[in-house]
Ligand binder design. Structure first.
Ligand code: SF4
Length: 356
């Protein structure tokens, strides 16, 4: 019998290749990967049985055992030609075909990732201009000419249409951005962006930014009204962090990030504060220490799987193995029981990129 949770990990690690039939069918009306982001979201979203979502990297034929095929009006997975299961590929939202009044494709303003509308407010990062960017990051990679910053009117129009989409509607809004030169690494415009989105929808809004300089700014973010917040640690071991994330490590570092997370738990409460750790770029024992450190504080760990992104300094590295993902998950579940803190994200569909 197939264990679909473990199948998810195999897909996250090894990816899948597409037969010509599957490839041609996906191009008709399914969601295709349309851009690269800082770490993960450049694969194909698929829904396994039991509503387990996964964002699977697409790899060349024969470099993965698992293939995706299409026949008799259904998509299905096979392992070395042996049938595994039927799967679903989400449809492309209809707003992807629409333009804002500034003539910008709405999918360049916000994309649907699982069931969250993801808007990258600043598709750049100060560390790139200094040559100190995180080596796994490809935020500046821009295959679709996505605007680096989004005009408030484009955000308003896109959110208005996306939350009423006839094909699929988002259940959350996820705002992210690279590190800015704002004193608190955020944006002056947060309040206006928040209020503009709130004119059209009440669904939760999650903000993911670099850890700010002060706890008082964490309070400001809470007072603006954001429902959830994340400040990512990414790499827990300080020595590895200095090498892999030179700018972020020097400016912020682990202890400051933990202080901001503590403040965030105080204001936003459990389970509304989360932090990513990347599996595959440091020894597993450090990732596990990071998981425990977060859970002790009431922060939800999100275990991202390293992906070698085109445009990043680590584009030639390997993804972590299935065994590493599985054993990290097994150990993390023990901590979950001990500290009564789940692995994130809290939404099952949003787990599509995470070991959870
Ligand atoms: S801080 Fe690192 S991961 Fe974040 S946007 Fe900048 S370079 Fe990318």
């Amino acid at each position: 019998m197939v264990n679909f949770q473990l199948l998810k990990f195999e897909l996250l690690s090894s990816g899948l290749w597409l037969t010509d039939e599957a490839h041609n069918r996906i191009l008709c009306d399914n969601k295709v990967p349309i851009s690269a982001r800082t770490c993960l979201a450049n694969g194909l979203e698929i829904v396994l049985p039991h509503n387990i979502w996964v964002n699977a990297p697409i790899v060349p034929k024969y470099s993965a055992n698992i293939s995706l095929d299409f026949a008799n009006y259904n998509f299905y997975l096979s392992n070395n030609c042996k049938y595994i299961c039927q799967i679903v590929i989400p449809k492309r939202p209809s707003y992807y075909n629409k333009l804002t009044s500034n003539n910008i494709d709405m999918f360049k303003i916000g994309t649907l990732r699982g069931d969250r509308l993801s808007i990258c407010l600043f598709k750049d990062c100060i560390y790139f201009s200094k040559g100190l960017q995180c080596k796994f990051c490809a935020i500046k990679q821009n295959t679709i000419n996505e605007p680096v910053t989004k005009h408030i009117n484009d955000i308003y129009e896109t959110v208005s249409i996306a939350v009423n989409d006839v094909i699929t509607v988002p259940n959350h809004i996820y705002l992210n951005l690279g590190t800015t030169d704002h004193p608190e690494r955020g944006l002056d415009e947060y309040e206006i962006i928040f209020k503009t989105i709130r004119k059209v929808t009440n669904i939760p809004i999650h903000l993911n930014q670099s850890p700010p300089q002060s706890n008082s700014y964490v309070k400001t973010l809470y007072e603006i009204g954001f429902n959830e917040i994340s400040f990512n640690i990414d790499i827990f071991n300080e020595e590895s962090s200095a090498k892999i994330m030179p700018g972020k490590h020097a400016d912020i570092g682990l202890s400051n990030c933990l202080k901001r997370l503590d403040a965030a738990v105080k204001y936003f409460g459990i389970p509304n504060v989360s932090s990513c750790l990347i599996i595959g770029l440091e020894d597993q024992k450090f990732t596990l220490r990071g998981i425990e450190e977060l859970m002790k504080r009431g922060v939800i760990p999100k275990l991202s799987v390293f992906r070698p992104l085109c445009g990043s300094a680590f584009s030639n590295l390997e993804r972590p193995s299935y065994n590493v993902l599985k054993s990290t998950w097994e150990e993390a579940k023990e901590y979950s029981i001990k500290y009564m803190i789940p692995l994130g994200p809290m939404c099952d569909i949003c787990k599509l990129l995470s070991v959870a």
